[in-house]
Write a protein that binds this ligand. Structure first.
Ligand SMILES: Cc1cc2nc3c(=O)[nH]c(=O)nc-3n(C[C@H](O)[C@H](O)[C@H](O)COP(=O)(O)OP(=O)(O)OC[C@H]3O[C@@H](n4cnc5c(N)ncnc54)[C@H](O)[C@@H]3O)c2cc1C
Length: 408
């Protein structure tokens, strides 16, 4: 096939899902342009470790330009501002109009920080490398100030908030000088598992940490956070980990209802348009899926494979989500979360590190080689084997330190 007959693929968003799709498309058959307003690919699942300085920013990012150059594709550092589906073209924030044969939307989701008055101006989200670095610096500054009270409010105690809390404790536990308020709308931390809330609180015992479960934040000011019961918490540093909302772009293009994620078929094509493929956090799969990097990566690869299948006049394959447990770090220990139960053990930190080590470098390779794909899969297998080992040894009481929490 000559270069002239290459199909024109636009990928909006160049993180887990978008880059995985780009990596799996050959420049011999596809003219691929990936657009993202930010310069670097960032490995979000470990950015909380910047706060405790377990990792440095350079260990968590790759240059998108560099990756795309090596793949033989084009990178444009700009956002897709609108999609004209009838004309099959996108418009960009810097004024370009680009046609496509197929469009891959891998734009993730956005934080809900703009929904609460004052939060954007006065709170710091833990949503990218620059902000995680800022959080680390602000904590250091606050710790060094000669103040009677060093108050911090952490809004959101789900995955991101808990991992951040764990790192703050890891860094400052020995000389704890903060008063830290943890606010969450849910009645308990990880309420889906029996006793897990108590386990987190046990790990925080002896530190001045005050819990505000079942409370919503109504507004954020420079030095205070107001809760829905009227209580005003003094705050020198407000950290925002209160969750995500759908990206507005799919709804603006008629690919989703306003404020909802974009529905896809099992093949990852939009239910509204066979030439728009949606991967990762931006998509709403027919069965509910966690917004997780491993789904985003696998979805990006499947879309590339379905584009190849279409070129070969073969029917598209369906996405089959693997029952992979979620891994969560909490300072010096870790959790593996299954649907039916959760296991806690410091060894799971190694599993999380293994997933990062095994996959992060793959993004920077010139091509998705079989060897590297297998290595990445082996890392996942190791993590799964570790969970099986922990489960078995917990049942047989040979791994005495593993704690188990049943799901409700
Ligand atoms: C702090 C944190 C910790 C996490 N921990 C874990 C974990 O331990 N395990 C796990 O599996 N998952 C974890 N996640 C979730 C995981 O990071 C997401 O599921 C994953 O990033 C989704 O990948 P994605 O490619 O769909 O979207 P994203 O990674 O969000 O990438 C979307 C990309 O689209 C770009 N973009 C946005 N708008 C536009 C536009 N208009 N035009 C072009 N580009 C655009 C963005 O700049 C971004 O680069 C974590 C997330 C965070 C924030």
């Amino acid at each position: 096939m000559g270069m002239q007959s290459r199909r024109n693929i636009i990928i909006a968003g160049g993180n887990f899902a978008g880059l995985m799709a780009a990596r799996s498309l050959s420049p011999r058959h596809y003219q691929v342009t990936l657009l993202d307003p930010a310069k670097d690919f960032e490995w979000y699942p470990n950015i909380h470790e910047l706060v405790s300085r377990q990792k440095k920013p350079a260990q968590l990012r790759h240059s998108r330009q560099h990756i795309l150059d090596r793949l033989g594709h084009s990178f444009a550092m700009t956002a897709v501002s609108s999609i004209e589906r009838a004309a099959k073209r996108i418009l960009t924030a810097d004024g370009r109009s680009l046609p496509y044969d197929d469009l891959i939307l891998a734009i993730g989701n956005t934080g809900n920080i703009d929904r609460i008055p004052g939060a954007r101006e006065h709170a710091l989200p833990c949503d990218n490398i620059a902000n995680a670095e800022r959080i680390g610096q602000q904590l250091q500054r606050l710790d060094a100030l000669a103040l009677p009270a060093r108050n911090i409010v952490l809004v959101g105690a789900n995955f991101v908030g808990l991992e951040l809390l764990g790192e703050i404790i890891r860094r400052y536990r020995r000389q704890w000088r903060f008063t830290l308020h943890v606010v969450d709308a849910l009645p308990a931390m990880m309420p889906g598992y029996r006793d897990l809330d108590g386990w987190f609180r046990e790990l925080c015992a002896g530190l001045d940490i005050q819990w505000h479960p079942g409370r919503k934040v109504m507004s954020v000011a420079r030095d205070a956070v107001t809760l829905d019961n009227g209580v005003e918490l003094e705050s020198r540093l407000t950290l925002w980990c209160a969750g995500d909302v759908p990206h507005p772009l799919p709804a603006s293009a008629g690919l989703a209802d306003p404020g909802r994620y974009a529905p896809v078929r099992p093949t990852l094509q939009s239910v509204h348009d066979d030439h728009v493929w949606i991967a990762g956090d931006a998509s709403r799969f027919p069965i509910p899926l966690d917004k997780q990097a491993f789904h985003a990566m696998a979805m990006g690869s499947l879309i590339a494979s379905n584009l190849r299948r279409r070129r070969q006049a073969r029917p598209p394959a369906e996405y089959r989500p693997l029952p992979i447990p979620r891994l969560l770090s909490f300072g010096d220990t870790g959790l593996m979360l299954f649907k039916s139960h959760a296991l806690a053990h410091p060894g799971f930190l190694a599993a999380k590190e293994g997933v990062y080590q095994g996959n992060f470098s793959r993004f920077n390779l010139p091509r998705e080689s079989r060897e590297w794909r297998e290595l990445g899969e082996n890392v996942l297998d190791s993590a799964l084997n570790m969970t099986r080992l922990a489960k078995r040894s917990w049942e047989e009481r040979t791994w005495l330190d593993a704690r188990r929490f049943e799901a409700f």
